[in-house]
Design a protein around this ligand. Structure first.
Ligand SMILES: Nc1ncnc2c1ncn2[C@@H]1O[C@H](COP(=O)(O)OP(=O)(O)OP(=O)(O)O)[C@@H](O)[C@H]1O
Length: 236
């Protein structure tokens, strides 16, 4: 199958007293190319942990995760670097993925230089288009990332991930904390990129409305266990 298959995955952390604390319990699901799915759940239900497992930042204690049939838990850092043009993620806290001292333009262009074949002019055009689509003012391009607001940084890291045209994009609470207009602009860009480039999203959210707007399948996580799967049947 083209895409992810998560099979019986469990994840345990140690708490501050070094006692094991199981966050995910035998989680199984698939996520195919071109498919948008959402993971809904209360705070602390294990959503971000799941996101980190999917992009290889962490490894499960048991179970398997495959992508196009390959066991991703065995990929080395160099393999992950190669796959970054296909698999991207945007986290709620964007600060870890952006270089705060460099300009907005530099941050996005660097990703395009490393992960695409675009020439300088094409990179500029792609960045300009995404700035407009995500309602980011073009004067922001020249300022250092550390001067952006939290919401702007979040939109910037989304813009950077989308600019690569990844096949799979994990989105961890990308609209939370944004005002309604900005959140709507972000969702519109996601819809457009899905239609135009077939990007598949795994949207992590606690907001049911956002989940239903973007995704055809909704998986509900409760204390680390998938409790329900809903399929959206109505047309958009
Ligand atoms: N590295 C870690 N070490 C120890 N405990 C952790 C670690 N990461 C997460 N946890 C704990 O695992 C649980 C699940 O966290 P996770 O961030 O996956 O939940 P979430 O559903 O994404 O929550 P939120 O919606 O609040 O972001 C929480 O109780 C959290 O404190």
């Amino acid at each position: 199958m083209e895409g992810f298959v998560v099979d019986q995955v469990s994840k345990t952390y140690m708490d501050e007293k070094q006692r094991p604390y199981q966050v995910l319990h035998d989680v199984s699901f698939s996520w195919s190319a071109g498919e948008n799915i959402a993971v809904l759940g209360e705070s602390g239900s294990g959503k971000s942990t799941l996101a980190r497992l999917l992009i290889g930042i962490e490894k499960p204690n048991s179970g398997t995760i495959t992508w196009n049939g390959e066991d991703i838990t065995r990929w080395k850092a160099s393999t992950w670097r190669e796959k970054r043009s296909h698999i991207q993620a945007v986290f709620q806290d964007a600060s870890g993925t952006l270089n705060p001292a460099r300009s907005v333009y530099h941050n996005v262009e660097e990703a395009l230089r490393n992960l695409t074949q675009l020439d300088k002019r094409q990179r500029r055009a792609r960045i300009d288009e995404l700035m407009e689509l995500t309602h980011m003012d073009s004067h922001l391009l020249q300022i250092p990332v550390r001067q952006l607001s939290g919401g702007e940084q979040r939109r910037l890291s989304l813009l950077r991930a989308l600019s690569i045209h990844p096949q799979f994009l994990v989105l961890d609470e990308v609209t939370s904390g944004l005002d309604l207009l900005s959140a709507d602009a972000v969702l519109q860009v996601l819809e457009r990129y899905h239609e135009e480039f077939g990007c598949a999203y795994l949207l992590i959210t606690h907001d049911r409305q956002t989940a239903y707007r973007i995704s055809s399948r909704i998986l509900e996580l409760n204390q680390g266990v998938f409790v329900r799967e809903a399929v959206r049947t109505e047309s958009k």
